[in-house]
Design a protein around this ligand. Structure first.
Ligand code: SF4
Ligand code: SF4
Length: 236
């Protein structure tokens, strides 16, 4: 055929022996190898959708919002929307009473845009958005692909696998360098020393928050030590 390059690189080419040049023995060898795999190998395929695959905890299915005590954990900080590469997340915040202060008035994820990267889960300070195990999504039109709060909210108990996985994967060194308190997830600065400090209510030079608690503990320990010392001296 004109224009077809000829393979002229015969240098170092292995010479076929007589049986290989017949081709048929090699074809039967190949068929025997394939047939042996039918019986020996485990089955890797599923009869989907009758048989469903249950993914491992590390699997990143569609992102969902964690619902705790009947409410979304989300504080509408917008970090996930900023981190989302295809800009699939949109939301609007509203102020509420209580320690949380803010929650989403509405929250949407465009599942036609989502690339299941998990960045939203990674940046969320509240573990309020996590990757679920749901992978079989179907839509009939573009509007259906925009998931709102009603489809995004999943109760925490159903997401235990993923939440426990995130807990296990967290850097065990995190917080080792300072006095990190797991319960210090306050959601709000209302009523804290920080706001008092900003509004000028706290005396200049007065220690703040945990430092003050530590000082009080130290002072208490010193007093206890002095009392014990005094009691020992009185006894001797
Ligand atoms: S998984 Fe990635 S693409 Fe999907 S919503 Fe989260 S950040 Fe956006
Ligand atoms: S990062 Fe978390 S808390 Fe912040 S808006 Fe997103 S889901 Fe809500």
């Amino acid at each position: 055929m004109p224009g077809t390059p000829l393979n002229t690189a015969r240098e170092n080419e292995r010479k076929l022996n007589f049986w290989e040049r017949l081709y048929l023995p090699e074809i039967f060898k190949g068929l025997a190898w394939s047939a042996s795999k039918i019986w020996k190998e485990p089955l890797y395929t599923f009869q989907y959708p009758e048989e469903q695959w249950y993914p491992p905890d590390s699997y990143r299915g569609r992102p969902v919002l964690v619902e705790e005590d009947g409410k979304a954990r989300c504080v509408s900080c917008n970090l996930c929307a900023k981190a989302c590469p295809p800009m699939a997340i949109s939301m609007e915040a509203q102020e509420i009473e209580g320690p949380k202060e803010r929650e989403p008035a509405w929250f949407e994820i465009d599942m036609l845009r989502c690339i299941y990267c998990g960045f939203c889960e990674e940046v969320c300070p509240e573990e309020a958005i996590v990757m679920s195990k749901e992978y079989d999504l179907t839509f009939e039109n573009r509007e259906e692909a925009i998931f709102k709060m009603d489809r995004l909210l999943v109760v925490k108990e159903q997401l235990e696998d993923r939440l426990n996985y995130l807990e296990r994967q967290r850097n065990p060194e995190f917080g080792a360098q300072w006095d990190y308190d797991q319960t210090n997830n306050r959601h709000s600065l209302r009523g804290t020393d920080f706001l008092a400090h900003l509004s000028g209510e706290r005396e200049a030079g007065e220690p703040e928050g945990r430092a003050r608690e530590a000082e009080a503990r130290e002072a208490g320990a010193r007093e206890d030590g002095e009392l014990e010392h005094g009691a020992l001296e009185a006894g001797s």
